[in-house]
Design a protein around this ligand. Structure first.
Ligand code: OGA
Ligand code: ZN
Length: 377
């Protein structure tokens, strides 16, 4: 059923609209003038009209619903008339949107996910050959923060075609792909045979990579099993059960610093362990025992901050929350690097070979592509 405008009337600095289904909206005059359909260039889709050049008192000289059903407004200044499509106004109605209850896109998970790894697995060729496959992968990444791509080729650099179905990768000084192998004189603990506690990569960037893809080429050594934990699920547990700790984690900036000996640069950033979105949903987790710097918060709060960090970090390694699994050659372990923490057990480099290739991608690329394919925006 197409929605139409039943009634309009002026109300202060806006227009009240009653819709054919009885719902009511208010549209502010400056908002309406700014969003006149003629405001945008048809090619660049950028706004050419400049709201800064009208007065703050702009208002309709005349308004009505015209014979096409459009809201027609003749403005008090600028010798301009706007014609608004009712369906556009309804879709962009901020009165109704602000009444809706926020629904999180995130499906939080705990250790039981390990019993159903099938639910987060997707065949490599399905992604390559169909948009449905690509959408399924993107939805897993967006909603669950984790996906296992199965049966990818195992030659070097062969993750590019499937990653490029989403978008371009994010470059860093570790290069793309980065080689996760045991090397002498490593500049990162991932390039050893040691175990890696659950961590995120590169928390010392202002904007750490949104997603990470670890492509398993060879996994023949003893050990080297993977772990992952949903940091949002742990944050949610704390929010519901240990409020003081949660408050400390969302309010105190911690310090992260890169100490890479190959770099002629000292990258450093302060950020809270948990950050929230405008809707109060989970935005980012920052956690890495290996690269948290000497903290510099106020002496009065240091004890509380350390206790909160200690509690959070231990929950991030708790078997109630984390899953453990083993990557097989041809797997691409794909995850939200600012939500999940990942780790591995130590491996014995004398018992066989182990080689992963890693790639990063910005979060905008995942969500933007999913929105495009599902025509969400
Ligand atoms: C990494 C990493 C995990 C692994 O390279 O960032 O965490 O299984 N690797 O080697
Ligand atoms: Zn890592």
């Amino acid at each position: 059923m197409t929605i139409t405008i039943s009634k309009i009337s002026q109300n202060g600095s806006g227009l009240d609209v009653v819709w054919s289904d009885g719902k009511k909206s208010n549209f502010n005059f400056m908002w309406l003038r700014d969003n006149c359909p003629s405001a945008h260039d048809k090619d660049s889709r950028h706004r050419m009209f400049n709201i800064l050049k009208v007065s703050k008192n702009i208002k309709p000289k005349k308004y009505n619903v015209n014979s096409d059903g459009k809201l027609e407004i003749e403005w008090s200044e600028g010798d301009h008339t706007s014609y608004f499509d009712p369906s556009w106004l309804r879709e962009n109605c901020y009165t109704l949107k602000n009444k809706e209850k926020y629904v999180s896109p995130y499906q939080l998970w705990g250790s039981s996910l390990v019993n159903n790894l099938q639910s987060i697995s997707i065949e490599h060729d399905e992604i390559i050959n169909s948009d449905e496959g690509l959408i399924k992968w993107l939805e897993l990444l967006h909603h669950k923060g984790i996906a296992l791509v199965k049966n990818a080729p195992t030659e070097k650099e062969t993750a590019f075609p499937v990653l490029n179905r989403i978008s371009h990768t994010r470059e860093t000084f570790f290069k793309t792909p980065f080689e996760v192998i045991n090397v002498p004189k490593p500049n990162n603990s991932a390039y050893t045979a040691h175990d890696l506690r659950n961590h995120m990569d590169l928390p010392w960037f202002e904007n750490p990579p949104g997603y990470q893809f670890l492509h398993c080429l060879i996994n023949d050594a003893e050990g080297g099993d993977s772990s992952a934990v949903d940091g949002f699920a742990v944050a949610d547990y704390l929010r519901k059960n240990e409020k003081e700790i949660f408050e400390t984690l969302v309010s105190t900036p911690l310090k992260f610093r890169d100490k890479d000996y190959t770099q002629e640069s000292h990258r450093s950033f302060h950020a809270t362990a948990i950050s929230l979105t405008k809707d109060g949903d989970y935005h980012d987790i920052r956690f890495s025992v290996a690269t948290m710097d000497a903290l510099d918060c106020h002496p009065d709060i240091m004890d509380n901050v350390y206790k909160a960090h200690h509690r959070f970090g231990n929950l991030l390694h708790d078997d109630k929350f984390q899953i453990k699994f083993r990557l097989e050659p041809g797997d691409i372990f794909s995850f939200n690097n600012r939500r999940l923490l990942h780790g591995r057990t130590a491996f014995n480099p004398n018992s066989g070979q182990r080689h992963l290739q890693g790639y990063y991608m910005d979060r905008d690329e995942i969500i933007g592509r999913l929105n495009f394919l599902k025509k969400n925006v």
